[in-house]
Design a binder for this molecule. Structure first.
Ligand SMILES: Cc1cc2nc3c(=O)[nH]c(=O)nc-3n(C[C@H](O)[C@H](O)[C@H](O)COP(=O)(O)OP(=O)(O)OC[C@H]3O[C@@H](n4cnc5c(N)ncnc54)[C@H](O)[C@@H]3O)c2cc1C
Length: 418
């Protein structure tokens, strides 16, 4: 296979590089900063096919209107009179209907069928990373809120997911003794897993380098050189670099980079925050989904991370203190031995969001060799191996055994300009 240049060393670009290399391709990954500097390091690390649900969902608009009144709520949308943002918001709103939501869920479930097998294949291949398999525990402060989350998850039973069992206060505390007394109910999904995301990124980079690929930091891609619809090189801050094919995997920046390449992609940034505490002195056994706070707590080897919030305020990594405080409060409320230690590390990352809540995976119309892998919203870590494998097959053979039609960039009218 020819030399493929991948733009962006987040989990999606790296997993695509891994899958292409396994097929014998020559791969170069170009990263503007360092691998993982975007959304792929400080996130919660959950591998959760059970969360195969698009972000735009029936009822979301009503809930978000309530949330938007509070600057520390789980969702914040900064009003902007920018035409492309307004268009994106309008499309997002149109997708908050049962029809698109159900179709999106079905497409995500299908792609996620590859998630665990391909994650296992990665490890068997020698990609080394911290992996945990204690499942995922949903917990809440009010029983009715846990029941609501439970009904939402049960929606996936029709796709073959095993039904979870509701746990009362005594059962949930028995399963997870680190919980505070304020937690009154929960339910456990035993098959879900989690990784330490930093180790996932490092593990893939090390594997790629060991297997003869180039992963180059500090190289910013600024466009492509092409003859008609055929790319010959990418333009970068250090000059042109030869390419027989290009994969745009620049996360939340993908819309911006796409414009420099001559096509349009509707990607907005969904900012999220996390706080990581080393040696927290809390023996948490399971990752927790906090149903009221809409936040995540993940235990790693020797560390604990609280993550959450969704802020649509454009491409920026500014930290809003009330939102960091909201995450810290979630940790304090749900864990018995939480202590504000002053040793925490705060992190901000931007999720790449599409208006229909589905990733964009496929070839750009009007081109012979320009591909896109982005828009994985809250599921980039989960979907990275599946995305890489499906796209590598498409690049290598011209078709994929996964149905990539729901993820086709053409659904947004995306086409390389002549
Ligand atoms: C708080 C939070 C918690 C999350 N928790 C989870 C979770 O538990 N499970 C899950 O599945 N997902 C989770 N996610 C989502 C997940 O982190 C993202 O979907 C995923 O990291 C996106 O990966 P990516 O490779 O597409 O983008 P990124 O990781 O952002 O990578 C894109 C890369 O492209 C580079 N780049 C940009 N422009 C250029 C250019 N012109 N030239 C070269 N390089 C460029 C950037 O520097 C960046 O490194 C979470 C996200 C957040 C914010």
């Amino acid at each position: 296979m020819a030399r493929t240049v991948i733009v962006g060393a987040g989990v999606i670009g790296l997993a695509t590089a891994w899958a292409l290399r396994r097929r014998g391709a020559e791969v170069v990954v170009l990263e503007r900063g360092v691998p993982g500097i975007g959304a792929s390091s400080g996130n919660a690390g959950w591998i959760v096919p059970s969360m195969s649900t698009p972000l735009p969902a029936p009822g979301l608009v009503k809930t978000s209107l309530k949330w938007m009144l509070h600057n520390d709520s789980p969702l914040y949308i900064k009003p902007r009179a920018n035409p492309s943002f307004m268009r994106w918001m309008w499309q997002f709103y149109r997708n908050c209907r049962p029809g698109p939501y159900d179709a999106g869920m079905s497409a995500l479930v299908d792609l996620n069928r590859l998630t665990f097998p391909e994650l296992d294949r990665m490890r068997a291949d020698g990609v080394a990373f911290e992996l945990h398999s204690q499942g995922l525990l949903y917990v809440g402060l009010k029983v009715e809120n846990v029941v609501e989350a439970y009904e939402h998850v049960r929606d996936l039973e029709r796709f073959g997911f095993a039904p979870p069992r509701l746990l009362d206060a005594a059962e949930v505390h028995r399963l997870e003794p680190a919980l505070s007394e304020q937690v009154t109910a929960g339910f456990h999904l035993p098959d879900e897993r989690h990784v330490r995301p930093e180790s996932f990124v490092t593990g893939m980079v090390e594997w790629l380098v060991e297997h003869g690929c180039e992963v180059r930091s500090g190289i910013e891609v600024k466009g492509i050189e092409r003859q008609g619809g055929v790319v010959k090189a990418v333009q970068t801050n250090i000059g042109p670099l030869e390419a027989d094919g290009v994969v745009l995997a620049a996360g939340a920046w993908s819309g911006h980079v796409a414009r420099t390449m001559g096509f349009a992609l509707p990607i907005e940034a969904g900012k999220g925050y996390s706080i990581t505490i080393d040696q927290p002195g809390i023996d948490l056994r399971h990752p927790l989904d906090l149903v009221e706070a809409r936040a995540a707590i993940t235990p790693f080897d020797g560390a604990l991370r609280v993550a959450g919030t969704m802020e649509l305020s454009g491409l920026n990594v500014r930290q809003l203190q009330p939102r960091v405080e909201a995450i810290r409060r979630a940790g304090r409320t749900h864990l018995a031995n939480w202590q504000d230690s002053g040793r925490e590390r705060t992190w901000v990352g931007m999720r790449p969001l599409t208006p229909d809540g589905l990733p964009v995976i496929g070839k750009v119309a009007g081109s012979a060799n320009v591909y896109v892998a982005t828009g994985h919203q809250m599921l980039g870590v989960t979907l990275a191996p599946a995305t890489g494998v499906a796209l590598a097959e498409l690049i290598d053979t011209g078709s994929s055994s996964v149905n990539l039609t729901p993820f086709d960039p053409a659904r947004f009218g995306t086409r390389l300009r002549v």
